[in-house]
Ligand binder design. Structure first.
Ligand SMILES: Cc1cc2nc3c(=O)[nH]c(=O)nc-3n(C[C@H](O)[C@H](O)[C@H](O)COP(=O)(O)OP(=O)(O)OC[C@H]3O[C@@H](n4cnc5c(N)ncnc54)[C@H](O)[C@@H]3O)c2cc1C
Length: 438
């Protein structure tokens, strides 16, 4: 069989690539190894609760997302997160929920940082810019001090990347802060001088984020091969030959890979890129959903969620107060919490049987929120390879990918392990690829 383009992977990267490519040609197929399209986007409806096992929210921060949603005719159905709740995010100080400062007054009065640390933050304007890329830990500690790094940045970033800040690349994970430092010589000065844009909003859809990937998969129902795993790719003179677990080979001119690095390294023909891909580390994440009757929660739970730092000695990275963010995810008298466990910090927890972790976390949650009754809903989902590490070797990975793509024209590699981990990055990168390279 011959086809012009094969998109490997039916997660949001692959399905968005299909959407943008369909505006130029219909001569493509999408190949997805699972029986369910969507990859990490994975909503389940559980007895009146809408549970997100993967991403909970999407940031509306680039035009590609809106274009995609318009193409699916759902751009007017977006449910934006409660604006008031978003502003209230918590850290723990002596086991008490303490609001993360969001304005100058909160910053001056917060008990999260010592007085010394608050002064140290403003000293940032005198620190010279970095000449070369460095780790997040070094970047933030040098600019704002160790305490600010340990108490604010560590919980925030482990909530997104589940990684170790001393290994993460500042240039790739703190893109905006890095650019401000490079352009203005100081992040604080940069924040004052940069052009003001309205903050991006976060949203979901009724029925959850899987609605987007289901609509995309329906749109391409005649072009998507589910339960079809790519087993190998061979390069021929002007084309590629792809073999599968369950069907005859396909010869194609273009390949777009959107699968994780650990999958691509198994099937790709070039040893040099294989080696680079095998260095990408992934951190595990366990997701727990707990649905409570509101009357069983003594302390009213306000705000967006809670993040922890290592010294809190908790068995979770963070908790999203899902019913506060989007009220439709549970009944009015119910409260849904989504708890994230694991990452580099708690790797060993993700090897325990889920029932064991569940008990540990529930004990901690009961104490923190003064809850006196078991949840009526308990659901667990394990991502063995949840979130890719944006380590210091990311620049050499990017160079290797560019080198490979130059040598193998018509073979493009996108995905969440080198171009940005968020769903909005994945959609934007798919659009850029189709517009600029195909
Ligand atoms: C727990 C968790 C919470 C998150 N929360 C957020 C959030 O709130 N907001 C946000 O923006 N981002 C979040 N993210 C990140 C974001 O969800 C992912 O980065 C994004 O969904 C990745 O999409 P993708 O299409 O690049 O990859 P995937 O979703 O991994 O898709 C790749 C697809 O390729 C398929 N595949 C693999 N190998 C083969 C093969 N050989 N042949 C055929 N098919 C193959 C897989 O089955 C999979 O469907 C979260 C991630 C996790 C794990």
């Amino acid at each position: 069989m011959n086809t012009h383009t094969v998109i490997i992977g039916g997660g949001i990267s692959g399905l968005s690539a299909a959407n943008f490519l369909s505006k130029k040609t219909s001569n493509f197929i999408i190949v997805e190894s699972d029986k369910r399209p969507g990859g990490i986007i994975n909503t389940s409806l559980e007895g009146g609760y809408i549970c997100e096992n993967g991403p909970n929210t999407i940031l509306d921060n680039n035009p590609a997302i809106i274009e995609l949603l318009k193409d699916l005719n759902v751009h007017e159905d977006l449910i934006y997160a409660n604006n008031e709740k978003i502003k209230k995010r918590y850290l723990l100080v002596n086991d008490r929920l303490t609001k993360i400062p969001m304005n100058f007054f909160d910053f001056v009065t917060t008990p999260i940082l010592s007085i010394y640390s608050k002064f140290r933050v403003f000293f940032e304007i005198f620190i010279s810019r970095h000449k070369i890329n460095t780790s997040v830990k070094d970047f933030i500690s040098t600019r704002f001090g160790n305490e600010f790094h340990n108490k604010i940045i560590v919980p925030f970033l482990t909530g997104i990347y589940a990684d170790d800040t001393s290994k993460m690349s500042a240039k790739n994970t703190l893109k905006i802060l890095w650019k401000l430092e490079q352009k203005f010589g100081s992040i604080i000065i940069g924040l004052f001088k940069k052009e003001k844009t309205p903050p991006a909003k976060i949203f979901t859809l009724d029925g959850g984020l899987s609605k987007i990937t289901s609509l995309l998969s329906d749109k391409f129902q005649n072009q998507i091969l589910l339960e079809t795993k790519v087993k190998g790719i061979k390069k021929e003179s002007n084309s590629y030959k792809i073999s599968f677990n369950n069907r005859e080979d396909i010869v194609c001119k273009n390949i777009i890979s959107t699968i994780p690095a650990y999958s691509l390294k198994e099937i790709i023909f070039d040893n040099r890129i294989k080696k680079a891909l095998s260095k990408v580390d992934y951190n595990p994440i366990d997701v727990f959903h707990f649905g409570f009757n509101k009357k069983d929660i003594k302390n009213e739970i306000d705000g967006f969620g809670l993040l922890t730092k290592p010294e809190d000695r908790k068995s979770f990275l963070g908790i999203l107060f899902s019913s506060n963010i989007f009220s439709h995810v549970s009944g009015k008298d119910k409260f849904l919490m989504t708890v994230l466990v694991g990452g580099k910090r708690q790797k060993e927890l993700c090897e325990l049987p889920p029932k064991k972790i569940e008990k540990i976390i529930l004990d901690e949650i009961f104490k923190l929120f003064k809850i006196n009754s078991n949840p009526e809903l308990i659901k667990h989902f394990r991502w063995k390879n949840g979130i890719p590490s944006y380590s210091m070797m990311i620049s050499s990975l990017e160079d290797e990918i560019k080198y490979f793509e130059n040598k193998n024209s018509n073979f493009s590699i996108i995905g969440n392990y080198h171009l940005g981990v968020s769903v909005s990055d994945c959609i934007n990168n798919a659009k850029n690829l189709i517009e600029n390279k195909l």
